[in-house]
Design a protein around this ligand. Sequence first.
Ligand code: 7TS
Length: 414
Amino acid sequence: MSKQNVAALDVERIRGEYPILEREIDGTRIVYLDNAATTHTPEPVVEAMSDYYRRYNSNVHRGIHHLSQEASIAYEDAHDRVAEFIGADGREEVVFTKNTTESENLVAYAWGLAELGPGDEVVLTEMEHHASLVTWQQIAARTGAEVKYVAVDDDGRLDMDHARECITDDTAMVSVVHVSNTLGTVNPVGEIADIAHDHGAYVFVDGAQAVPTRPVDVGEIDADFYAFSGHKMAGPTGIGVLYGSLEILEGMEPYLYGGEMIRKVTFEDATWNELPWKFEAGTPPIAEAVGLRAAVDYLEGIGMDRVRAHEEELAAYAHERLSAEPDVEIYGPEPGPDRGGLVAFNLESVHAHDLASIMNDHAVAIRAGDHCTQPLHDKLGVAASARASFYVYNTREEVDALLEAIDDARQLFA
Ligand code: 7TS
């Protein structure tokens, strides 16, 4: 549980802002517990995007006409708002990408290809999402750098002694997930950043599951890079964020070339636009930026401390109920401040996919599979797991519905 004494959310009022939650499948109201994959979009966000298309749709930074100016201001303001939300120093440090995956690739290609070489080490953890794991693996292979993995212990936490062994003066980059999308572990990313910096390495934090669910301050963490996606935080698909510290971004070459990211082009060469536009080639996700800004306003309106407390409360309740089932195996740490709002588990003798399918018959949406953490699942000794993940609109009754569906699955497969 969160230590702060925060007022509970008015979940009924919040639910009223999500028409999708009223949908019924074969007469049963849907129970949406797949929020780690993507969250739903509240009316104020949908409204902000509709308003953009209805009133000031235009391309940015290239028109002197009125609509283009309005769109450009809204697009730039969205960077300012996101910068403020995560404690960045300004819009120069906030690059809009397509998603967390693209933010990882941007740094791996633009920084990694240029800076890594034989003798360098990239340190990941065994709980990285493929977005980070596969990307750094491939860039390391292309540059001759070596990849090391910080071990996950039996409780589902990072082995910090091993982290201190893995991170050495040969380490160039440490890429660590803030909140694991499989174990729910909230990693000590500030401590890891300190270790990395002591050895002169950079740290990239994958915040895809963290920014949506808790207050995040990139300055406090002292992250060099920090990434997250709009669609997991009540915002639209098609937009992600890469935070990078100004000094490092200034020293990096662009990742994608084209319009928007240039200052001066001749037949021979080109120079680059100022930050963050240097990393935003082509027509950017304008409506999505407007939507992301609205999502930030929306979440801050609720209060990130309260979002976190609600998540922790539901995850702890789900954990408690699932733990009471003798044939359920739960992955990740016990409930507490280093456990986020999701629970991955397996029901003995029922494959996770079958379980998800029976859940679906109950109109309960969960995710089954490897959650893009195949090596971690190998380590856990399972091919797949079922995962329930929560957001601001979920209730304890929905956790009860999950448990009822598990009862049903058990009977069907007994
Ligand atoms: N990192 C983490 C920790 C994630 O959970 C995800 C998405 C990503 C990166 C990639 O985000 P994207 O927006 O670029 O796709 N995780 C999941 C999930 O757990 N189920 O579906 C997507």
